[in-house]
Design a protein around this ligand. Structure first.
Ligand SMILES: Nc1ncnc2c1ncn2[C@@H]1O[C@H](COP(=O)(O)OP(=O)(O)OP(=O)(O)O)[C@@H](O)[C@H]1O
Length: 252
């Protein structure tokens, strides 16, 4: 396998049915390494279902997903080793303190304590949780829990980080810390894929954006490319919100 030219994420013809209806309908998506990619789509478009299949939490009814060349169905251990998936409702252990939690998660990934401990400190400092290391997670606010879950997702230094709505419910300061951390990952050559309903996040952070509707990608590109696409297929789209509303209305 040529590891440098392999896409971070390569989804081909992915399909998932619920109750006979397609939630993900032959979806194709290719994301190169080192890209910050945002997935946008109306409620129920199939974003979470797609990500859950990529993360190996849901079995596809068809198609393939490869993470750095590793097929998530055929070679799940290798695929998961280079991936972190942060769901929108991450599970934390309330009776642990932050460092204990990160040590536990690092242990699951086989991260040596000599590597995991400084990484845990760096992440907790970055996310402004270092002053809370003496507290049990059960006393954490929702935003603090989200940030700790993100730290846990990063403890094994994954090549591909996939996040489902990571900024929802965070105050401005916490959102800034998380955004900066994600941008830092991309600056290091790692790949970040996130879903968001906050269009400003996609507009400001993402290098490319995919718009999903009814389980398919209906438009993809940089913000400028999406604007041009929207303009070519109808009206002008100055903001991403206008482009998004126009493209999804057109495809409805
Ligand atoms: N476990 C499930 N059982 C049955 N139907 C499901 C299940 N999970 C998702 N669906 C359906 O699949 C479709 C896609 O849902 P999904 O959660 O992937 O959308 P989404 O784009 O993430 O939406 P949102 O923006 O609201 O989070 C929806 O119609 C949803 O009702």
């Amino acid at each position: 396998m040529n590891t440098t030219s392999t896409a971070a994420l390569e989804i081909t013809g992915l399909v998932k049915f619920f109750g006979g209806k397609p939630a993900v309908d032959s979806l194709d998506l290719s994301i190169p390494r080192g890209e910050f990619h945002a997935l946008l789509g109306p409620n129920g478009a199939g974003k979470t279902t797609t990500l859950r299949m990529v993360a190996g939490l849901l079995k596809p009814d068809g198609g393939t997903a490869r993470i750095l060349g590793h097929d998530v169905t055929q070679d799940p251990v290798a695929a998961k080793r280079v991936l972190a998936f942060l769901p929108d409702d991450p599970l934390l252990y309330g009776k642990l303190r932050p460092l204990e939690y990160l040590e536990f998660v690092g242990g699951l990934w086989g991260v040596a304590p000599a590597i995991g401990a400084p990484r845990a400190e760096e992440l907790l400092r970055w996310l402004d949780l270092w002053n809370h290391t003496g507290e049990l997670v059960e006393g954490f606010s929702r935003g603090m829990r989200q940030k700790l879950a993100l730290a846990g997702a990063l403890i094994h230094d994954p090549q591909l980080l996939i996040l489902d709505e990571p900024l929802t419910g965070l105050d401005a300061g916490a959102a800034r810390q998380v955004k900066d951390l994600l941008l830092e990952r991309v600056a290091q050559g790692k790949t970040v894929v996130l879903t968001t309903h906050i269009l400003e996040i996609a507009e400001r952070l993402a290098q490319r954006i995919s718009i999903i509707q009814r389980g398919r990608i209906i438009a993809q590109g940089t913000l400028d490319e999406l604007r041009a696409h929207a303009a070519a297929t109808g009206g002008p789209g100055a903001s991403l919100e206008e482009v998004f509303l126009q493209l999804t209305a057109r495809a409805a």
